[in-house]
Design a protein around this ligand. Structure first.
Ligand code: ADP
Ligand code: GLC
Length: 487
């Protein structure tokens, strides 16, 4: 089948979070399943810098663009997947991230940028860009692509659409004035369409108009039907429950595997697990943590956002150091106040706590390899990839039992430990007390039952969350969606 995969960030070209990992790794897995899959993304300056051979394959005249928009073609590095880039310098040729400047402030013209992107995608999808290729299905991801299903619904002979929700918390909400400036069909503003409590919602474009909806874990697909996790969209989602399913994300073990990870101090695997200690020593050295091989070293890596519960880590941190005798390592970037809090706490316990504020993939690899435990106290988590990466590195995840965290980590209840199926630890409420109690449980096993702890690590390392499985599910789903019409 011909699939056009639409995303606003794609690893290794540009990345702010897990969406880029998925957009960079699922398409090659789909190609391996025999799909004719091509990616389309905006031609950000940073993305173009990561590509070698780029060809201009079409020129489009689009509403909202002062100049002709070029469609560039290349190959996603390290894969055989063709990638199109929508080149519109006025919107995408700038320093900074895909959605925000280097200070973290959202670009003020994001609505216009992703409207233009959607218009270009529609031209590709309708084979009006002289590529002689029309997809059977357009697979959209998150709010930045939400207008695509909405605009395609107005076209004759349009491909089917699938909209994947990676994170319902980011909806792409804009004012009525902004909506007016976008020159979109007037009826897009309406409760049954994309109006959302007085705002214009890009996310609703996907939720209302796509032929099918998915989320990135089965558990999250259920959670978003409730007021607690639905962000006011639970009613709409419930009305579409027959068209909604959850497919668990996969990961790319070519990149996330301690056996051949080039970023880490010493490679290791299940058969050479003792070498993980070398990575711990190197990590302690890198972050000026005291050289204490036996102390449990717990880490957090990720966006500094409300979602991730970093505030719980910060309030539980004194107890982890003073009462549980742990070393703590935190790395992330995002909300300014949390970044500052990381700086402060980094100085408070010399030799026992270290922090790094910034975005660095290499550091993340070394932390996975060197830490003993990985903490994810997320308030909600559509899937989460960090805990899956940690499993492969024998770094035991301690997670809040929510969303994809629940679907990927098996709690070390006495029953699960006995059966030999446990891979980590769960706690249920998003508060520092519950989190600490759970971290304490982990420490107890770590100190008192080293054999069981080792078993837990090995169980985790043997889990297989490769994309092969997930890609098969997407292939089946694509066929169902396209077949619906033909049947
Ligand atoms: P989310 O997409 O919600 O941020 P995930 O766990 O799905 O969470 O994926 C996050 C991805 O982004 C992981 O690959 C993680 O290592 C990476 N990441 C997040 N923050 C940073 C950072 N500051 N530096 C490097 N990589 C990061
Ligand atoms: C989002 C979610 C995260 C998920 C990622 C990739 O950023 O927050 O849980 O793993 O998308 O689907």
């Amino acid at each position: 089948m011909r699939i056009l995969f639409v995303a606003s960030e794609v690893h290794p070209l540009i990345k702010t979070g897990g969406l880029a990992d998925v957009a960079g790794h699922l398409p090659p897995a789909l190609l391996a399943q025999g799909e004719d899959i091509r990616i389309v993304m905006p031609a950000y300056r940073a993305a173009l810098q990561g590509l070698e051979q780029i060809e201009v394959v079409a020129e489009l005249f689009l509403l909202g663009a002062a100049q002709p928009v070029e469609i560039l073609q290349s190959i996603l590095p390290g894969t055989a997947v063709p990638i199109y880039l929508v080149r519109c310098p006025q919107y995408f040729d700038r320093e900074g991230g895909p959605y925000a400047d280097s200070e973290g402030n959202d670009w003020t013209d994001n609505a216009a940028r992703f409207t233009l992107f959607a218009r270009a995608v529609v031209e590709l999808a309708q084979n009006r860009a002289a590529l002689e290729w029309q997809p059977d299905l357009v697979h959209c991801n998150d709010w930045q692509t939400g207008l695509v299903p909405a605009l395609l619904k107005r076209e004759a002979d349009a491909p089917k659409t699938l909209f994947t929700i990676h994170n319902l918390a980011y909806q792409g909400l804009f004012s009525w004035q902004t909506f007016q400036s976008l020159q979109l069909p007037r009826d897009f503003w309406g409760m049954e369409a994309m109006e959302f409590y007085g705002h214009f919602s890009f996310m609703k474009g996907g939720l209302v108009y796509a032929d099918h909806l998915t989320t990135v874990s089965p558990q999250y697909a259920e959670e978003i039907l409730t007021p607690e996790y639905g962000y006011g969209l639970e009613g709409l989602l419930r009305s579409r429950v027959d068209d909604l399913s959850g497919i668990l994300n996969g990961v790319e073990y070519e990149i996330w595997n301690p056996e051949h990870d080039e970023a880490i101090a010493v490679n290791y695997g299940v058969e050479s697990l003792a070498l993980k200690a070398e990575n711990k020593r190197a990590l302690q050295h890198e972050y000026r943590l005291d050289d204490e091989p036996d102390k449990p070293l717990i880490a957090y890596v990720g966006r500094l956002a409300d979602q991730k519960g970093v505030d719980l880590i910060l309030s539980g941190l004194p107890s982890m150091v003073e009462h549980l005798g742990m070393q703590v390592l935190l790395l992330g970037s995002g909300r300014r106040d949390l970044e500052e809090a990381l700086w402060v706490v980094g100085d408070r316990y010399p030799g026992q706590v270290a922090t790094y504020v910034g975005f660095s993939e290499d550091r993340v690899h070394r932390i996975k390899a060197g830490a003993d435990m990985f903490l994810m106290p997320s308030r909600f988590e559509p899937c989460g990839l960090n805990q899956i990466y940690s499993l492969r590195y024998g770094t035991v995840p301690i997670v809040r039992a929510v969303g994809g965290l629940m679907d990927t980590v098996v709690d070390a209840s006495s029953d699960a430990v006995e059966k030999g199926v446990a891979t980590g630890f769960h706690f249920s409420s998003a508060n520092a007390g519950d989190m600490l109690y759970c971290v304490g449980r982990a420490c107890e096993l770590y100190w008192d039952q080293p054999d069981l702890w080792r078993k837990l690590m090995i169980n985790g390392m043997r889990q297989d969350f490769s994309w092969q499985q997930g890609a098969k599910h997407y292939c089946e789903l694509y066929r169902q969606i396209v077949g619906r019409e033909k049947a």
